[in-house]
Design a protein around this ligand. Structure first.
Ligand code: ADP
Length: 250
């Protein structure tokens, strides 16, 4: 579905990504773990076209190859390629970023209706089905502030699904939630994984990673230190840095 090669990114003198390679197969759940500041969010933002790497390529099945190092690609084309990446994926953020003055339903339909230009009736009907499946059909007319943090985050997930993306990206979707609300959100993400959605998830929830991930990638200092199946990476990490990180957070 997606292959990234040699992604590099600096913010000023801070080299945040130092050559990231990753492959995401269709229907696969890729979990990115690693210490804070290791570059995980920046990877997701690059896959989503929100961040422009300084070098590297991203290839998406059936989409454009985006070569960030290519000289001679006019800025206009490079921007179109990044927007094409954004069209393929939808991101769920740590903070749900819902529009506070919109109802839940309006938040969900905004992207597919106004941005994608799909018929409003169809989009509203789909939104209601999606809200129902995450247990929020009675909240369609509520404003975000009337919902709990976990409910808001489930609306954030529905909003991403409503865009019908090929790829779902989750950036620490539960880290801003009170502990008792985390489970409900993880259950929804796990169900989507079981349904076959292709997704990349940045999380510190290792038990979720163990259950849901097909592949786990451990990042530190802007590089992929180690990767593998969750059983292998969590029970028999090869690298000292991985071992140290896992002992610290388990
Ligand atoms: P992680 O998700 O692993 O915590 P991030 O990708 O968020 O790591 O950040 C990696 C580093 O990049 C951090 O040092 C962060 O401060 C820096 N960084 C991220 N985004 C920006 C930005 N827009 N401008 C400057 N520095 C940034």
């Amino acid at each position: 579905m997606l292959t990234a090669r040699g992604l590099r990114k600096s913010f000023g003198d801070n080299e945040v990504l130092r050559g990231i390679d990753l492959t995401l197969h269709r229907g696969e759940v890729l979990v990115l773990i690693g210490p804070s500041g290791s570059g995980k969010t920046t990877v997701l933002r690059a896959l989503n076209g929100l961040e422009t790497p300084d070098a590297g390529t991203i290839e998406v099945a059936g989409g454009p190859d985006v070569d960030f190092a290519a000289s001679g690609v006019p800025a206009r084309i490079a921007k179109q390629q990044r927007l094409a990446l954004r069209d393929r994926s939808a991101m769920v953020f740590q903070h749900h970023n819902l529009f506070p003055h919109f109802t839940v339903l309006q938040n969900v339909i905004e992207g597919p209706w106004r941005v994608q230009g799909r018929p409003k009736d169809e989009v509203v009907a789909e939104a209601r089905v999606l809200l129902d499946r995450v247990g929020l059909s009675d909240k369609a007319d509520a404003r975000p502030h009337q919902l709990s943090g976990g409910q808001q985050q489930r609306v954030g997930i529905v909003r991403a699904l409503a865009l019908k993306p090929d790829l779902l990206l989750f950036d620490e979707p539960t880290s801003a939630l009170d502990p008792e609300l985390v489970g409900d959100v993880l259950v929804v993400i796990k169900e989507l994984a079981d349904e076959g959605w292709t997704m990349a998830v940045v999380t510190h929830e290792l038990s979720f990673a163990r259950e849901a991930a097909d592949h786990v990638l451990f990042m530190d200092g802007g590089v992929v230190v180690e990767q593998g199946a969750p059983t292998q990476l969590f029970t028999a990490p090869q690298h000292e840095r991985t071992q140290r990180f896992l002992t610290r957070i388990m």
